[in-house]
Design a protein around this ligand. Structure first.
Ligand code: ADP
Length: 644
């Protein structure tokens, strides 16, 4: 069973610790363009809530002066209005109160609508921007980043964490303003109506503040752990779905169910830790708020009852004012309790923002200079000058120097793990060299604009990946403006036209995941057609004919020959027959070039190449003992050195 250290194994841990004030960054950096929407939201929220408070106030007025015997114009809330506005006739006063209450409901509805529009559009816009910016940043990171991270974890940042922001930006912010207005508004009204009784009603407020503070302190670290464990679950699921065929073939369903159970259980445990705190918090808050309500009821009720202030209280308390107090104190309970929920949402959003900005602030090993001049390819000469490179500490390539004149083909051969693919990755600048230089027509690949470098190269790899889309879309991928005729030409050159015509919808057939299943050789030829259409200056073929049968290989080889003509080409091949016509063959072993030259010359040398050739051509049954021992030593080294 894997024993990942749960807390420490967060891939964004290091970055998260560097992120300061993620929420401020979120609101100011991403929220700024949408200030109008959020202002509408805030202002409408204030008005909507203020209007919500009106009916209880007018009810108090009605009870005391219309249904009771107090003087209408002397009621505290009405003293704020000019005397001329107030009707004198009792019936008019009644209709006046009804009109104000009805008006406040109608206007309130309009403001609630505006408030929702404001906060929702603010939150959706920010979320959209953050999602696209994070994706954009992520896909530009160098390959090193991707080889060290699990896809599931990145998916969880891009989907779960970004979606988590919605809850806070929409509901949280919205509630924060609503609650502030409610609490301040009610406190103000209570003091205005009766300052002495207001002190009683608001007595629990400091207690609530302390209680909430303690809650926040306790729950904060829990949320960070929860976010990270969601990523773990995602990774496991994604990993298993990707390897479903192996799981079935190896009959390891139970084992994998166990592992999923394991990560899910850990998610459960971390989440439960947070839940345990949360479920105590809300009832606790309600209890404290309830105390305020009971106190108000006892003191106020006794006051109305005895017609004189109990204990230190002085003056009289009218029934209507008492009713307003009861209504308001009750209305105060929820906002108070909900402050915790807002803080809760804030904490979660903060944990998510930390992960999002952690990803955004990730710096790759490749420093991209956007102001660099574009690569100008003339003849297409490629030089490797004393190149050394290692993915991490261990050196993989050493003393790699060679020179490919424009238009020629260089083939890279050698045992697995010799570093052939690595040589090509350096050319594409998926990684940067540690020492030495790679030059194209005299320009160091590090000193030219990266997109222009990649544009000038066509890559056909071993994994001919197709995107879900039509055949034509897959061929025009990267050369989006190509005409249909050009696509057909490219497909013909790649020996793909005939089989495409035989597909159910020809060029419009959907392929890729969920699409029509193509054989390895067919996929490969679509990828070659893609490269033909791109018409690159330099062509990189990484075992382009690896998983196809001999007949298909012949077809592909024909299309490749056409493609490579007059173009600088790098080709890696296991089957030496496919590269024997290359102008130069470099034989790599253990990260060094051990032999170089054209086919005939290498055969004459009688070294590693000649022996590999002999085995593949069936001329000799087995490599000499010396080579086998070297291979065994190499294997042992890669096995002990770790993750290969
Ligand atoms: P080849 O193409 O000749 O089979 P590679 O260039 O793929 O060889 O690999 C050369 C060495 O680099 C191997 O030992 C391999 O384990 C190591 N290697 C390849 N890719 C990575 C990577 N992303 N991170 C760390 N080591 C790697």
């Amino acid at each position: 069973m894997s024993s990942v250290d749960w807390e420490k194994d967060d891939p964004f841990e290091a970055q998260r610790e560097q992120i300061e004030n993620p929420m401020r960054r979120l609101l100011f950096e991403y929220g700024r363009p949408y200030w109008f929407a959020v202002t509408v939201g805030i202002v409408s929220s204030v008005f909507a809530r203020a209007l919500d408070l009106l009916p209880a106030l007018l009810l108090a007025v009605a009870i005391d002066s219309i249904f009771g015997d107090a003087v209408f114009a002397e009621q505290v809330p009405l003293t704020a209005l000019p005397a001329g506005w107030l009707p004198t006739d009792q019936q008019d006063q009644f209709w006046f109160v009804v009109a104000v209450i009805a008006g406040s409901f109608v206007l309130g509805a309009v403001f609630h609508w505006l408030r929702n529009w404001g906060f929702n559009s603010f939150s959706q816009d920010i979320q959209h921007d953050v999602r696209t910016a994070t994706y954009d940043k992520m896909q530009r990171l160098d390959m090193e980043f991707f080889s060290n991270k699990q896809t599931g974890e990145m998916m969880s940042v891009l989907s779960n964490d970004v979606n988590q922001l919605e809850r806070f930006l929409n509901d949280g912010l919205n509630s924060a303003f609503r609650l502030t207005v409610m609490v301040l508004g009610i406190a103000f009204l209570l003091f205005w109506l009766n300052p002495q009784l207001a002190l009683v009603s608001l007595a629990p407020v400091p207690l609530i503040a302390i209680f909430t503070y303690l809650f926040v302190k306790a729950i904060q670290p829990k949320y960070a752990a929860v976010r990270s464990s969601v990523g773990k679950v995602n990774s496991r699921l994604e990993n298993n779905l990707g390897g479903i065929q192996v799981i079935k073939a190896d009959n390891t369903e139970d084992y994998e169910s166990g592992r999923v159970d394991d990560v899910s259980r850990k998610y459960y445990d971390t989440n439960w830790g947070a839940i345990r705190i949360r479920i105590k918090f809300f009832p606790g808050l309600q209890l404290i708020s309830g105390i305020g309500f009971v106190l108000t009821f006892v003191v106020g009720g006794y006051w109305v009852f005895t017609q004189s202030g109990p204990g230190p209280f002085t003056g009289t308390l009218q029934t209507g004012v008492f009713v307003a107090f009861i209504l308001y104190t009750q209305q105060l309970v929820w906002p108070m309790a909900q402050f915790g929920e807002v803080i809760n949402m804030y904490q979660r959003a903060e944990a998510s923002s930390e992960r999002i900005f952690g990803l955004m602030d990730e710096t790759g090993r490749i420093e991209e200079n956007t102001a660099a001049p574009p690569l100008e390819v003339g003849e297409g000469r490629v030089e490797y000058d004393d190149v050394a490179f290692g993915y991490d500490e261990e050196t993989i390539l050493e003393d790699v120097s060679f020179d490919v004149p424009g238009g020629e083909t260089v083939a890279l051969v050698g045992p697995t793990g010799a570093g052939k693919s690595t040589v090509l990755k350096l050319l594409l600048r998926l990684y940067d060299v540690d020492e030495g230089e790679i030059r194209i027509d005299g320009q160091n690949v590090r000193d030219v604009h990266l997109p222009s470098l990649r544009r000038s190269m066509g890559y056909v790899g071993q994994e001919s990946y197709l995107f879900y889309g039509t055949v034509e879309e897959n061929i025009t991928y990267g050369t989006f403006d190509a005409s249909h005729e050009a696509v057909v030409e490219a497909a013909k050159a790649a020996e793909a036209h005939d089989f495409i015509e035989n597909l159910p919808d020809g060029y419009e057939t959907m392929v890729g995941e969920r699409g029509v299943k193509l054989s390895g050789g067919q996929r490969q030829r679509l990828c070659i057609a893609r490269a033909v259409l791109k018409d690159p200056d330099i062509l990189v073929l990484d075992e382009a004919t690896s998983d196809v049968d001999t007949e298909t290989e012949m077809l592909i080889q024909r299309s490749l020959d056409r493609l490579t003509e007059g173009r600088t080409t790098f080709a890696i091949a296991h089957r030496l027959s496919t590269i024997k016509d290359a102008e130069t063959i470099l034989v790599l072993e253990g990260g060094r070039i051990v032999e170089r030259g054209p086919h005939e010359e290498l055969l004459a040398n009688d070294g590693l190449y000649a022996h590999l050739w002999g085995v593949q051509a069936g001329e000799i049954d087995e490599l000499p003992q010396e080579f086998i021992e070297r291979a065994q030593r190499r294997q042992a080294r890669t096995e002990t050195s770790g993750d290969d």
